[in-house]
Design a protein around this ligand. Sequence first.
Ligand code: APR
Ligand code: ZN
Length: 357
Amino acid sequence: MRGLVVRGVGTPPRVEPVELPATGRGQVRVAVRAAGVCHSDLSMVDGTIAAPYPLLLGHEAAGVVVEVGDDVDRIAVGDHVVLDWAPPCRSCWYCGHGEPWLCERSGTPAATVGHTIDGEPLHVTLGLGALAEQVVVPQQAVVSVPPDLPFATAALLGCAVLTGVGAIRRTADVRPGDSVAVIGLGGVGLSAVAAARAAGAARVIAVDVAPAKAELAHAAGATDFLLADDTLSRAVRSLTDGRGVDHAVECVGRAATIRAAWRATRRGGQVIVVGMGGKDDMVALSALEIFHSARTLRSSVYGSSDPDRDVPELARAVLDGTLDLDFLVTDRITLDDAPEALARMARGEGARTVVLF
Ligand code: APR
Ligand code: ZN
């Protein structure tokens, strides 16, 4: 089959022939029908996230189950499924503690699960490698969704939407009347904007460096759009009676934007870090301001969500019209155009690009 492979930091990813393992015990084979291009893929190409190479990219996808291995009991051939890049083991301390998104056995950036390229081992992103025609994964790594859910939307439920919506609903617990700022308006941030509005937030201030994101922000339900520059915290304050927002959600993954989120938050408010940044990118906070601002700094991993519970719930919300994600897919492409989609993402263009198979 063909898949999008990167062979080293900074080298351009290319569509290459790769060999997939046979479907083993407890595993399912999925024909991928749609796969989103996520910033984490870009981060593994540009080295922001350390990864082994050669690496098969992609972790946000949906498709149809075409084969099941022995002892598969929760999935059948023909099921429409969303891939889960952090399938909880259900037996470690975190899973038992109701925090399956922190499962000790899942979420490794890259794994070897039996793929090869030119006869050599090929690593796959988050155990999936979903920017490819097929995946072979444990049955725990797929969640069934109704067949009338469009594949492009279903794909995004597995990463951008679960992450962005979960950050608002589960990590931040935004309440009606709250004020929210979302910094970084890619697939993740725009999902957060839509969720904040749906949660009844009175003010949803969308922030990005790219002026072209204003239109997408309003389509997602933002009440205001601000450019990320030195005047940001003043501009946010002027929209919130001089105080700052109750919740600032950082969806970029940089120290500078975490710092900007911190400054945009009111005393006693909270900063939610959703973006996955680099290990040497340091955020400076003084001891006095931490104390005096009484703010909370939290991170949101996979939207503090349990995909087995939350993906079907999101799918229902999309189908009954209470969660409108149509604005999110701005480009539909073939696998051959995926390298160009990564380049567009690096330039901050569009919302989500989805590869259709
Ligand atoms: N201030 C504000 N916005 C910024 C800044 C900045 N300094 N730098 C970049 N941005 C904007 C970009 O213009 C773009 O609109 O952040 C947005 C990021 O969007 P995408 O690249 O589409 O990223 P996305 O897939 O949404 O992921 C966001 O979440 O899961 C993590 O690893 C992922 O860190 C990434 C983040
Ligand atoms: Zn992702």
